[in-house]
Design a protein around this ligand. Sequence first.
Ligand code: PRX
Length: 653
Amino acid sequence: MSQPGSSESIKSVLHETRRFPPPADFTAQANISSEEQYQEMWNRAKDDPAGFWGEIATETLSWSKPFDKACEGTMPNTKWFGGGQINACYNCVDRHALTWRKNKAAIIWEGEPGDTRVLTYGDLQREVSKFANVLKQLGVETGDRVTLYMPMIPELAIAMLACARIGATHSIIFGGFSADAVADRNNDAQSKVVVTADAGWRRGKEVPLKSAVDESLKKSTTVEKVVVVRRTGSPVNMVPDRDYWWHDLMAKASADCEAVAVDAEHPLFILYTSGSTGKPKGVLHTTAGYLLGAQMSTRWVFDLREEDTYWCTADIGWITGHSYICYGPLANGASVVMYEGAPNWPDNGRFWEIIEKYKVSIFYTAPTAIRAFIKWGDEWPNKHDLSSLRLLGSVGEPINPEAWMWYHKVIGAERCPIVDTWWQTETGAIMISPLPGITSTKPGSCTRPLPGVVPDIVTKSGKSLGPNEGGLLVMKQSWPSMLRTLYGDHDRYLKTYFSDIEGCYFAGDGARRDEDGFYWVMGRVDDVLNVSGHRLSTMEVESALVSHPLVAEAAVVGFPHEIKGEGICCFVIPKGQTPEDAAKQDLINHVRKQIGALATPDQIRFTSALPKTRSGKIMRRLLRDIAAGKESQGDTTTLEDYTVLAKLREEDE
Ligand code: PRX
């Protein structure tokens, strides 16, 4: 799927002709209900982005001070809603808690062991205000960074909204990352406070978090205080004057805390994401533009209605959870289901049980999960009443048409539209997606850009390509929820996203546009792995391997994997003699410890040489072919030593 951009265009091999128009009753009630309405919105946003977004921002967000100008400057240094002041927490919580929604469920939470909690908007306002006071008491000020390294419990949403309430910038680190990864990110963001838990539940086992924080703090240069939620009750080490229990601090905190009005461009959060080279990138999102993007895309794409019960299965530690568990749905006053644990605990039917129990109407998950459901068998969903569902979504990687069809038939009963949503950590909000009331979907296509999104498919030299020609997916116009910088490294921001194609944001993906203007994303053009819908840097896995005493050099590539989308294959040159096979498990454990379980290698292959260019760059494209068991295709003329390929194939088990 993922092809290196060695030629001017990328060959596309997927040809899909099935069409699925929206059911008439869905269209009749939809937020965007006619093709004309979409065309009018899209054209207006393209021709007059400031006018289009300015009107929507004024109408749909609550401002502390109105903005002067909706949009100034051009990409990459665009400023949105300059002069305006706003608070994201106020928009997600207070403005609902001040209406009849005070007693509407905001978060309907289920823990993996089966415990449940429901927080109304009124409850959320109280808890968030209290925790905002706790943060202040610990010395957190507007503009400071706070790290959240937590399980999927309501306290995570409360903590992020509390940061937003006082204008502190949150940096959420997915709970599966290791102590080293936490330390690096804390140091990069210069976090002052870490909020964590003793542990979380995953497949009936405890995932320790506090102990990882303790480990990470040995390398921290900035963290002063740690707040610990008691979740599993397992013993933890509490350091006096540094570590505090959440429940102790909350018991004493006042529920009165005004939301601080911050500038529209005030940093709301940093979220670290992998690039193909170098350390993780601290993607920075600002307040008003991000919130507007998350809010409006939720309304348009998920066709959100007051009475919906909406469930996005992502972890809040990824951008999908930021935008579509927290900010997007809460800005709309929705009822959001949040689940702590694994989809196959205590059995493979857990997700379907949750849908039946809470009568979920909108369900948003990832192709990697869908592939697992298919493998587990139809009997699991078939045991449950899924008739409450009215809309299904997919995100994270291209969904293969067969998985799409399964989702449509077995989960959606051929009744629910599917929105295949393309976007990225950097885009903040969904960019290309069906609008469920009007789009005739095609399995495998994320279809058309949302209003305000102006993409193109171009060659490396920036030439626009015609229908069905594969090329690079770029954005030609700024949008409110785009990242503003990489934290602490604006040059890297400019270089990573804006230096490849003149005047455009380059997303790093290859795609084609068909004769109807529908987009088909083909995967990433660089070396980043996409494991279970999450981007991982090959370079980070390689660094972890090389830090093991047995390893001299390593090259890591993805290969097609039935469940995870991409599996991780590691070519390893050992120091000295080729080790016993048992050493492979040792290396796998080492990578897990260094990066986290998500980066667990699927294959370790010992080799004596790696294919390299003359300048010494590893030619991963050739390794990918070997890992996938394919003949090498394309140009090998830059290969330094031709015999290496033959050797690698001989070594292939
Ligand atoms: O390659 C695309 C793929 O995931 C990348 C973004 O990864 P991340 O920043 O981790 O965010 C994931 C959740 C938004 C993209 O560059 N991707 C995401 N959604 C799709 C997709 N590829 C194809 N179709 C999608 N719907």
